[in-house]
Write a protein that binds this ligand. Structure first.
Ligand code: NAD
Length: 298
C-alpha cells in the first residue's frame, strides 16, 4: 500500500482526508498552516508533519487541496516545497481548483524530475465530501490514474478520467462557470418570488419539475441559505476566484462571456459588502436586501 500525504485540511480537505484514512487504511501524514486542522486529523489516526518537506519524505502519493494557484505552486515548487524533498516514486495529485496554466507548469516541472502528476479537482459540495460522495474530474496518464484510483474511490463515488494532465482542471472550470453564474440567476429569481409573495416550497416544487431546475435548488439551497445557514461551505471568495479563472481563459481565446461578467460584478459586490468568507449562497439574501425584500426561508 502506498503511503499518503495530504496538504490542505480546510472545508473540503478535512472530510476528504478523513475518508481517505478510513477507506484505505493507509499510512497518512498531513500538513496544514492551521494547527487545529492538523490536530483534527491526528485524532483520527494520521501523523502530523511539521513541514512540507516532512510530507515529501514520508509519502509516495501526496494530495494537495489548497485555496488558489499561488498556494499550490508554492507548496509544490517553492523553497522547501515537495519537489525539493521528493522520493523517486513521488506522485502529486492536486485536487484544488487553480489556473490551468499553473497545472501545466506543475505537470511539466514534476515530469522533468521523474515524478508523477495528476490534476483531480472536485465536484459537489462539502456535504457530499463528508459523505464520501464527491465527484472527481481527473487529468492523468493511464499509469498515474491507476495509482490514484483507490484513493479517489475512498473519497467519492463518481470518477471521470477526462484525459491527460490538465484535462481535469479544464473540465472543472467549465463545470464551475455554469454553477457560479447559475447561483446569481437563482438569487434574482428568488427575490422575484419574495416580491410576488409566493409560498416558497410550492414554487420550488414547480421549478424543480421543469427545465428551470438546477443543482442549487435541489441540494445546495435547501441545506444552506434557505434554512438560514451561511457558514462557509464554499466561500464567496473561492467562487469569485473560479469565475475569474474561467473568464480569463475565455478572454485569451476571444470567447465572449456576457453572463459571466455580469455575475462577476455580483460576486464583487458580495465581497465588497463583507461577505468574502460567507457561503456563496448568500447571493440570494443580498439580491433580496438590495430590493428591500425579506430573505427567503423554508
Ligand atoms: P479552505 O480555505 O477551507 O481550505 C484551505 C486549507 O488550506 C486551509 O485549511 C488553509 O489553512 C490551508 N492552506 C492554505 N495555504 C497553505 C499552505 N501554503 N500550506 C499548508 N496549508 C495551507 O478551502 P476549501 O473550501 O477546502 O477549498 C480548497 C480548494 O477546493 C479550492 O481550490 C476550492 O476552490 C476547491 N473546492 C472547494 C469546494 C467547496 O465546496 N468548498 C468544492 C470543490 C472544490
Amino acid at each position: 500500500m502506498e503511503r499518503i500525504g495530504f496538504i490542505g485540511l480546510g472545508a473540503m480537505g478535512r472530510p476528504m482526508a478523513r475518508n481517505l484514512l478510513r477507506g484505505t487504511g493507509a499510512q497518512m501524514i498531513v500538513y496544514d498552516m492551521n494547527p487545529d486542522a492538523v490536530a483534527a486529523l491526528v485524532a483520527e489516526g494520521a501523523t502530523a508533519a511539521g513541514s512540507i518537506a516532512e510530507v515529501a519524505a514520508n509519502a509516495d502519493i501526496i494530495v494537495t487541496m489548497l485555496p488558489d494557484s499561488p498556494d499550490v505552486e508554492a507548496v509544490v515548487l517553492g523553497p522547501g516545497g515537495l519537489a525539493e524533498s521528493a522520493g523517486a516514486e513521488m506522485l502529486v495529485m492536486d485536487m484544488s481548483t487553480i489556473d490551468p496554466s499553473v497545472t501545466d507548469l506543475l505537470s511539466k516541472a514534476l515530469g522533468e524530475r521523474g515524478h508523477g502528476f495528476v490534476d483531480a479537482p472536485v465536484g459537489r459540495t462539502v456535504t457530499f465530501a463528508e459523505q464520501g460522495k464527491s465527484l472527481f474530474m481527473v487529468g492523468a496518464s493511464s499509469n498515474d490514474f491507476g495509482r490514484v484510483k483507490p484513493l479517489l474511490e475512498a473519497m467519492g463515488n463518481t470518477i471521470h478520467h477526462c484525459g491527460a494532465p490538465g484535462a481535469g482542471i479544464r473540465t472543472k472550470l467549465v463545470n464551475n462557470y455554469i454553477a457560479i453564474v447559475m447561483n446569481q440567476v437563482n438569487a434574482e429569481a428568488l427575490a422575484l418570488i419574495q416580491h410576488f409573495g409566493l409560498a416558497l416550497q410550492p414554487t420550488l416544487d414547480v421549478v424543480n419539475g421543469t427545465t428551470a431546475t438546477n443543482g442549487h435548488l435541489v441540494t445546495n439551497y435547501p441545506s444552506k441559505v434557505l434554512k438560514g445557514d451561511l457558514d462557509p461551505g464554499f466561500r464567496v471568495k473561492l467562487a469569485d476566484k473560479d469565475l475569474n479563472l474561467a473568464l480569463d481563459a475565455a478572454r485569451t481565446a476571444d470567447i465572449p462571456m456576457f453572463l459571466g461578467h455580469a455575475a462577476r460584478e455580483c460576486y464583487g459586490l458580495a465581497r465588497a459588502s463583507g461577505h468574502a468568507e460567507t457561503d456563496w449562497t448568500v447571493l440570494v439574501d443580498l439580491a433580496c436586501a438590495r430590493a428591500g425584500l425579506k430573505p427567503p426561508r423554508l
